[in-house]
Design a protein. Structure first.
Lengths: 77, 437
């Protein structure tokens, strides 16, 4: 994971990993966020199971499809 | 497929699928022991009582258990709502399936009719509940219909045919009805293997191969047409005896060649997709898949050869080798391979919902790759031994039985270890207060 200042957005590239690795990494990265920080998550499929977990844990997310067919999910609390 | 509903609230308790998954290797052990006990006599023809018993321990006891357990897990995901009273439903399927498979296997093996008569209502009940639940979930409640749900519904219709034909055969074998057994048996095997088993694997493959093996998706035309074509060809193949000759013979040949082409196409396409996968990391589930697909391809070539050569089709070796390649080579490989992925995933999934972040073990550590690979090697070795035993029962039947026994023991040990890890992690973590959700 790399720090993406100045917007306090951390980036996690979990593309082309075998399930549930992307979800495991995303949850670990979210656990490590400092207050006010956001997570920019890159995935090769839309993470429907993750949305449910995010909702249960009080996170908000915004999903956008990238030109190469992958997904960018911005997550914050 | 939308899997929006994959959450702990939707998923059945882990004990629901696990009771099925842990029963499967026990039947595999039993089948291997039965083969060793019967010895070379078991393989004198495809009709020996011992082989009929062993085959049903494998198909009902081992394969049927995994398929039912996996469907119990999958149905709420496909339907978008949980199965009502999952524990009660699991009892109603698992217990009669367990007892019925053991009784039918034992009855056929020993040639005693009483266990077969006892097995019939148990199996009929288990499958009635299973079919009712599955068809209701997929046809009535499922939110989205796609290639997977369509293939599964056709597979379930094939399962219904297989069971009805099986019940008729049970009535014939116990002397209740006078029926043409070889013709009924051919239909029973055809619908059970090419219908239920192949269609279910094909439907599941559309999802799990791209998702877990990181391959490109199946070509759209394949996903749209393959399952339906296979099903239609099975219908043609089944009803050909109703036509006069020579139309009947021609139709049978066309349908049989078409069926071989369908399963061969599925094998080749899947092997090609796996070859094009994104990350070429070693994966034991994929080794099992590749083994299975290679055997399916070999089975389709052998079946095709049998259509063209009467001498081959009439040999003792031919039906035995077809059964070995399809059941042990294809179905057992694919099923056992997926079992490793499903069991690891379920343990991880249920623990991550109950333990604090960071306490959940890594999914890859739940069943070690080394232990699973050891099992795969034992399974792989059993295949040439089984084929050799089909040609020369003595002494190869003992090598085949020994390798199958070793494979079953390793599978059981690996699954039991995963189950223990789940219990210990819960007991040591914060989830000890509600261990069974």
């Amino acid at each position: 994971m790399t720090e993406n200042s100045p917007a306090a957005v951390r980036e996690l590239d979990a593309r082309y990993l075998e399930p549930p690795e992307p979800m495991m990494r995303a949850l670990a990265a979210l656990g490590a966020l400092r207050p006010g920080e956001k997570l920019r998550l890159l995935l090769h499929r839309e993470p429907f199971p993750l949305y449910q977990t995010l909702g249960e844990r009080g996170y908000t997310h915004r999903t956008a499809q990238l030109p190469d067919g992958c997904y960018e999910i911005l997550i914050w609390r | 497929m939308s899997i929006a509903s994959l959450s702990l609230e939707q998923a059945p308790p882990i004990s629901v699928p696990f009771r099925f998954f842990l029963s499967a290797p026990l039947f595999l052990l039993l089948a291997a022991l039965a083969l060793l006990a019967a010895g070379p006599d078991a393989l004198q023809s495809r009709w020996t009582p011992a082989l009929l018993g062993i085959t049903h321990l494998l198909t009902l006891g081992c394969m049927g258990m995994v398929m039912s357990g996996a469907m119990m897990q999958l149905l709420p995901v496909l339907a978008g709502t949980p199965v009502p009273n999952p524990r009660g439903v699991a009892w109603a399927i698992h217990l009669p399936l367990l007892a019925g498979s053991a009784l039918l296997g034992g009855g056929l093996y020993s040639g005693a009719t009483l266990p077969i008569i006892l097995a019939v209502p148990l199996l009929a009940f288990a499958f009635a509940v299973f079919l009712g639940l599955s068809v209701y979930s997929l046809a009535v409640r499922a939110q989205a219909h796609n290639a997977t749900t369509r293939a599964m519904l056709m597979a379930l219709v094939a399962l219904l045919f297989t069971i009805v034909l099986g019940l008729l055969l049970a009535a014939a074998i116990t002397g209740l009805l006078d029926l043409p057994m070889p013709q009924l048996a051919a239909l029973h095997v055809g619908w059970g293997l090419l219908g239920w088993t192949a269609l279910l694997v094909i439907g599941v493959a559309y999802q799990v191969v791209p998702m877990f093996q990181l391959t490109p998706p199946y070509p759209k035309a394949v996903a749209r047409w393959l399952g339906g074509t296979l099903f239609a060809l099975l219908l043609l193949w089944s009803f050909h005896p109703l036509l006069p000759e020579p139309a009947s013979g021609i139709l049978a040949l066309v349908a049989a060649c078409g069926l071989a082409a369908c399963v061969a196409a599925f094998s080749v396409i899947t092997l090609r997709l796996q070859h094009k996968r994104r990350r070429k990391v070693p994966d034991i589930t994929m080794e099992f898949w590749r083994t299975g697909l290679a055997c399916l391809l070999a089975a389709s070539v052998l079946w095709l050869a049998g259509q063209l050569s009467g001498a081959l089709a009439d040999s003792t070796f031919y039906p035995l080798a077809l059964g070995i390649l399809f059941l042990v080579g294809f179905a057992l490989s694919v099923i056992q391979g997926m079992l490793y992925k499903i069991v690891s995933f379920l343990v991880w999934f249920h623990l991550q919902g109950k333990l604090p972040v960071g306490k959940t073990p890594n999914m890859k550590d739940i069943i070690s790759d080394r232990a699973a690979r050891r099992h795969w090697r034992a399974h792989l070795i059993s295949l040439p031994f089984c084929l050799a035993a089909a040609l020369w029962p003595w002494p190869w039947v003992y090598a085949a039985g020994g390798a199958l026994l070793l494979g079953a023991a390793l599978l059981l040990a690996n699954l039991a270890r995963a189950s223990n890890l789940y219990r210990h992690a819960l007991a040591n973590g914060h989830g000890a207060g509600h261990p069974e959700k």
